[in-house]
Design a protein around this ligand. Structure first.
Ligand code: ADP
Ligand code: NA
Length: 313
């Protein structure tokens, strides 16, 4: 039987944080055993807003090294850089020619950003990046080429099934508990970065927002910070929710914070050690990315060939 294929990636903008790790990368480690997996660094999506050209390729390599340090295994998964596989950009153009502008105009994010900055200051890619996202997926999901057909007004691909991540994988900001932990949040205090040294982790947890309720509990809507910190603790220790609920029920913040800090440091330390080793061997990382791009291009180029053919080229 053919293994199902999974494609996922993270943008090389800013530091990879606990949200990226617990919400995405950590899950890949299990997925890579059971599925045909492609994990890429989404560099073409990192240029739709003003960015630092000096930083782009550096951040791309660092992100790749983090994937490997977290346990992504190049013998089980193709690890590659999006821009190394030219088919992404090519398919985007082909899909763009049949994507109604109306679909893209409905995006709230674009409306807000273009209203704020003015049409003359916002790049076209900020409107059309969803077409690139569609290409990122469709290039690899199109397993059965015989199912493919093309008619005016729409290309028909194999419709991808979404993979719903396990519950509790949405990590919230440390400073408000209500917004998502994110690379783009202005305050570094709001996130734990995977490469944060011990004292930084310690400080961020010490200063993170809590509440004045007695005891600690999951799922109290008045205590989003408490739910978030217990969930992080659960995910980095591998304990069950039940175990964490019982262990922490009678704790207060003063007793829980050092426990959480130790658990985080214990989980992140081996990742940071491996990251250092990988970054010190540039030729190894380059060879992994070259091999990953070759494997991805094998699949993607074949899809692209069929799309060109279906479109009358
Ligand atoms: P960011 O929002 O930090 O820029 P990306 O948009 O690059 O992150 O997302 C990369 C991956 O990380 C996606 O799979 C996304 O679902 C996941 N992710 C990002 N932030 C979080 C979060 N706070 N909690 C859980 N998963 C997250
Ligand atoms: Na795999």
């Amino acid at each position: 039987p053919v293994k199902k294929r999974i494609v996922s990636g993270v943008q090389p903008t800013g530091s990879i944080h606990l949200g990226n790790y617990l919400g995405a990368i950590k899950n890949w480690i299990d997925l890579q055993n059971a599925y045909d997996t492609l994990f890429f660094i989404v560099d073409l999506h990192a240029i739709t807003l003003p960015y630092d050209t000096q930083q782009l390729s550096k951040a791309t390599k660092e992100t790749a090294a983090i994937y490997l340090a977290c346990g992504v295994d190049p013998s089980k998964a193709s690890v590659f850089v999006q821009s190394h596989v030219r088919a992404h950009v090519e398919l985007m153009w082909l899909l763009s020619s049949t994507t109604p502008i109306g679909w893209l105009n409905r995006m709230i994010q674009f409306k807000e950003k273009s209203l704020k900055a003015g049409d003359e200051n916002v790049g076209v890619a900020l409107l059309t990046y969803p077409v690139l996202m569609a290409s990122d997926i469709l290039l690899y999901q199109l397993l059965m080429v015989s199912n493919f057909c093309y008619r005016r007004g729409g290309a028909i691909f194999k419709v991808p099934e979404p993979l719903i991540p396990p519950a509790g994988a949405r990590v919230m900001s440390l400073t408000d508990g209500l917004s998502k932990m994110s690379k783009s949040a202005p305050s570094d205090q709001s996130r734990i970065n995977l490469l944060d040294p011990k004292d930084v982790v310690n400080n961020k947890i010490k200063r993170c927002k809590t509440d004045s309720f007695p005891g600690l509990e999951f799922d109290n809507s008045e205590r989003p910070e408490c739910n978030n910190l217990l969930s992080i603790y659960q995910l980095v220790t591998g304990k069950t929710k039940q175990e964490v609920a019982e262990e922490c029920r009678d704790m207060n913040w003063g007793t829980f914070k050092p426990v959480l800090t130790d658990a985080l440091i214990a989980h992140l330390h081996p990742i940071q050690v491996r990251y250092g080793e990988i970054m010190s061997d540039a030729s190894y990382l380059d060879s992994v990315l070259a091999e990953g791009a070759r494997k991805a291009a094998d699949i993607a180029d074949n899809t692209l060939k069929n799309v060109y053919q279906a479109m009358g080229f």
